[in-house]
Design a protein around this ligand. Structure first.
Ligand code: AGP
Length: 618
């Protein structure tokens, strides 16, 4: 949700700024822009509505020498996508240029005040007040750093800001509630919303805290607090590889990331299973023994992973609920010091999820972030963190991180249950159809977690979803149904499908279909039914209800489940795995189905309309 990049150092900034913007485009693609301070003094701004290609075309053939610059890729909040609303924004004279990610809540009153003082505004953005505030302070005799601090002191809301001023060699930056990370190179230093922006130039990073003020000058940097007192932040080395953040031979990041799942799952699981127990370094045996109940908070795909995790915990006899973070933050459920609130978030920067974490902290619950990003706000804002180790995910549609989240939550559920002695709540009931029983056998789950990457590899190489995407390309609606852990997978399948194809897709608990949604089922509705090997015969009833109304049904289920295969119209099989984990390979089929359906429709798969990867506003 808006990406910012800044660079100061030896050599020219422009090329690296553009690379940074390309790498950040998953955060927003309504417009892109750069401002470079020319070696001889003034600032040149170039910005265009549209993706970074439009900016690159506008820049082509233009020489913009200078080692200091800022850049921005926008996801619109205030003002439509346009050249005028694109960042960087400047003051009247063009002396000050600013890029911003976040929302300045008091921008209207500041704008009124500045207008009355004679400032002229050229955009509808909240951001534009910042360069005007800085210019006003400069006019009053402040130096650039003091002017920047004075402007920031007037702001309410969330922001990551970077600023350059003409005839000054530095970049000034700060953050509050929006991500900003410092990258330390050899000839230059960088600031960005996310590490992949500058990963090609350096893997040495400093994660900044709220209200840190950073000054980059030449190839040096300085971090101070809001009062100007120097603060010491550790330098860390990022383990991600720069090639992980590139498309390579693929047309789309999404497809690359789907294919990466056998590897990313291995990374998630590596060293974390030891025979009869889950080994999580952060959670040695006994460390979760004071947990009475678990509340998950998350959004979007992460919410579906959280639902999956809560189902696994309940199956182990541990009371667990998954709530949407945007609801919990404003209507929290009662929690106690013995409640573990788990924020599941790929980016670790989703504003709704961070707001929930703050509420949970305020309510004195024990908090844990399950995230992909070391150093993220969630990782730092929770009492503890568990990293899913999936590697960078660039496609806006989350894929490999869902699989890794679920695998990590399965390990965590095992540890919580072992510490709390949660009894298997569902005993030894059997599912009937399919090749598995219904019991939660922790040994089977652990052992099948180890073979999960291989099972997923089989699905990734299966051409079935591509064929069915073509076969059902003319359907009016796509309904995804499932029960147990198949329910969050059905929701996730529908989210992925609508997100990148723009077709009508909905997910339902299989048993709920007959309570209303069945009224919408016609021969033009494709029903995609997720089977896990547990309670499948019940889902099969729901399948037959849909088939009676003429709907074609695609089953996604265990390879050896012959009754299922014979009942549904089409079948996407996955290799035998424990029913508690079966949602993971099933979901990979649904990812591929969405991907191919979007490809047929020629959609912008990695950058679906109106969306951005990391939603840093509430
Ligand atoms: C799903 O494809 C989306 N990218 C979106 O739903 C996402 O999962 C949600 O915005 C939460 O993001 P997070 O995991 O980074 O918190």
């Amino acid at each position: 949700m808006c990406g910012i990049i800044a660079r100061a150092g030896i050599g020219d900034a422009l090329e690296e700024l553009v690379v940074g913007l390309q790498n950040l485009e998953y955060r927003g693609y309504d417009s892109a822009g750069v401002a470079v301070r020319r070696a001889d003094g003034p600032i040149t701004v170039c910005k265009r509505e549209g993706e970074t290609d439009a900016l690159e075309a506008a820049l082509s053939g233009r020489a913009l020498p200078g080692g200091t610059g800022i850049g921005h890729t926008r996801w619109s909040t205030h003002g439509a996508p346009s050249d005028a609303n694109a960042h960087p924004h400047t003051d009247d004279s063009g002396r000050v240029a600013v890029v911003h990610n976040g929302i300045i809540r008091n921008h209207e009153s500041l704008r009124r005040e500045l207008r009355e003082a004679g400032h002229r505004f050229r955009s509808e953005t909240d951001t534009e007040v910042v360069p005007h505030l800085v210019a006003a302070a400069l006019d009053d005799g402040a130096d650039p750093e003091s002017a920047f601090r004075a402007a920031v002191a007037r702001l309410e809301g969330s922001y990551a800001l970077a600023m350059i001023v003409d005839e000054d060699d530095a970049v000034y930056a700060t953050r509050r509630g929006s991500p900003l990370v410092l990258g330390l190179g050899t000839d230059a230093n960088y600031l960005a919303s996310d590490v992949p922006a500058f990963l090609e130039f350096t893997d040495r990073v400093v994660y900044l805290e709220d209200d840190d003020v950073v000054v980059l000058e030449g190839n040096t940097y300085r971090i101070t607090d809001v009062d100007g007192t120097p603060v010491d932040r550790p330098i860390e080395t990022v383990e991600w590889d720069a090639s992980d953040a590139r498309k390579g031979v693929y047309n789309h990041f999404m497809r690359k990331e789907i294919d990466e799942q056998p590897v990313s799952l291995r990374q998630t699981l590596e060293g974390r299973i030891d025979g009869d127990r889950s080994e999580l370094t952060a959670f040695p045996p006994g460390s979760l023994s004071d947990v009475d109940d678990v509340v998950f908070v998350a959004c979007g795909t992460s919410y579906h992973a959280a639902m999956y995790g809560s189902t696994l915990l309940r199956r182990r006899g541990v009371p667990a609920t998954a709530l949407r973070a945007n609801e919990f933050a404003h209507d929290p459920m009662p929690v106690s010091e013995r409640t573990l609130v788990i924020a599941v978030t790929q980016s670790g920067e989703t504003a709704d999820t961070l707001a929930s974490l703050r509420v949970a902290n305020d309510l004195s619950a024990r908090t844990l972030a399950v995230t992909n990003v070391v150093g993220s706000s969630a990782a730092r804002g929770a009492d503890e963190a568990l990293f899913i180790r999936a590697g960078p995910e660039i496609g806006v549609a989350a894929t490999k991180t869902f699989s890794s989240q679920v695998a990590a939550l399965a390990l965590l559920a095992d540890r919580i249950a072992a510490d709390g002695g949660g009894a298997d709540a569902y005993g030894d009931e059997t599912a009937g159809v399919g090749d598995h029983g219904g019991a939660y056998d922790p040994d089977s789950v652990r052992s099948d977690l180890e073979s999960l990457p291989t099972a997923v590899e089989t699905v990734v190489n299966d051409a079935g979803a591509a064929r069915l995407a073509t076969q059902f390309a003319d359907a009016e609606s796509y309904f995804f149904i499932g029960r147990g852990v198949g329910y969050p997978v059905a929701l996730e399948g529908a989210l992925k499908f609508k997100e990148i194809t723009y077709e009508h897709a909905e997910g339902f608990a299989a048993g709920e279909l007959k309570h209303g949604p069945l009224a919408l089922v016609t021969p033009a509705t494709v029903v995609i039914a997720v089977f896990t090997g547990r309670n499948d015969e019940l889902t099969l009833h729901n399948v037959r209800e849909a088939q009676s109304r003429g709907a074609p049904v695609v089953g996604v289920g265990p390879a050896s489940a012959t009754t299922l295969r014979e009942t549904v119209d089409e079948y996407l099989p996955f290799p035998r795995t424990d029913p508690n984990l079966a949602g993971i390979p099933a979901n990979v089929h649904l990812q591929l189905l969405a991907y191919h359906a979007a490809e047929i429709r020629d959609r912008a798969i990695d950058k679906p309309r109106n969306l951005a990867k990391s939603v840093t506003v509430e």
